[in-house]
Write a protein that binds this ligand. Sequence first.
Ligand code: ADP
Length: 507
Amino acid sequence: DLWQGIDFSRSKAEARVDGSTGVKFGDVAGIDEAVEELQELVRYLKNPELFDKMGIKPPHGVLLEGPPGCGKTLVAKAIAGEAGVPFYQMAGSEFVEVLVGVGSARVRDLFKRAKVNKPSVVFIDEIDALATKRQGIFKESKDHLYNAATQERETTLNQLLIELDGFDTGKGVIFLAATNRKDLLDPALLRPGRFDRKIRIRPPGAKGRHDILKIHASKVKMSESVDLSSYAQNLPGWSGARLAQLVQEAALVAVRKRHNSILQSDLDDAVDRLTVGPKRVGIDLGYQGQCRRATTEVGVALTSHLLRRYEHAIVEFCDRISIVPRGQTLSQLVFHRLDDESYMFERRPQLLHRLQVLLGGRAAEEVIYGRDTSKASVDYLADASWLARKILTIWNLENPMVIHGEPPPWKKSVKFVGPRLDFEGSLYDDYNLIEPPLNFKMDDQVAQRTEELISEMYRKTVSLLKRHHAALLKTIKVLLDQEEISGEEIEFILNKYPPQTPLYLLE
Ligand code: ADP
């Protein structure tokens, strides 16, 4: 018999039982509210009899809901770890088998084990794979495998519901499930009595990111000089998992470079690896090409520093430029993000300053090369016209009387594409809201005003950079020599070469 010796009903969860997961709440950061709420489960698990005696009904199931990588599994493990009880984990997809009856047997088995070893925690990850909406009357499809799979999933879900309903007999077992697609779940599962609690696990904010970085940094050898808060600030939308990966990647870089501990430069390198990709070898722009790249990047960076310095602009400034080709890009400019509040109520001057920054690349080319401009600054120019168009349309700061099309699709933005780096979204990242709906008659007008706005800002930027010709040249020179330059180095150069420094003073 081919199947002999294979016990399909045995859940794989068995392999994952260990006395304790070893995870504590101290390993979790950025989701304090959720942790606060989950403390109660720990108290219960530590002393289920007490709850019994007091006549307090134990919490039934808890649904953890939220985007991937933000700590749902981690926090579930921490509950078991804090209480020091066994943890039985399975992924929803592991229950879904084509063989009839296997899924429901696994559910039964999983709960049986948990009850035998109670108090304990049962955790089903990706419960949506198992508990998508049932189709009621089973619809036949031509695809037999599909039919079998659907039927099997529904029987499995029914078994899960039975287990959840019969929970009173298995006091001392906490059932936790996680999903990032609550909308897909079968309503029967969400009825009261099955999941008493639904807890949202949100992506971390800047402070949360800082705390998460600190946790993961404490597990490796991180140099004391590293400023983790600036990474937390500059990586909006990064999940806990991604931040953990960043620290790991930085550790690998440090080992490769034979550093004794992880340095700031290792973390920078790791950020670049995770965002734009590893360094590319065998691509040579030649010295002329390098000069062009350096000129446009420095133009953008310097404009941001100058605007902050001399016009009190609230714009992102440059943390670092690198002209080492990586992934799909030939050079990278990393901006230092402002705090979240600055993005909430951006005002016209702020947006116009940002527009000037984006035009800085082409402006620098003009200052250095005259009319002989290249396409090196074309990406920034595309961003600039997009921004100008938005200033004139959806933000409508130019003329509040004109409302174009429908209300802005604020909520649709999920990804942040900064001028260079590609970050996953945070609430206030509005670089790529989808194209504002325009009515056709307005379109010509908008195009014309966009052009006017851009050329006005461009002229301003060119004269700004002309006034700082010496600093511009010096920064380009340093970048070409070192291949990288930091924001502090740019500030240093600006101190040394104030406006209108005669060029012959450049050493
Ligand atoms: P989810 O279950 O939400 O998809 P995980 O809990 O599996 O995410 O997270 C994967 C890893 O990422 C964790 O093991 C941990 O190293 C890290 N991580 C995620 N969120 C956090 C957090 N809030 N605090 C600390 N580390 C986290």
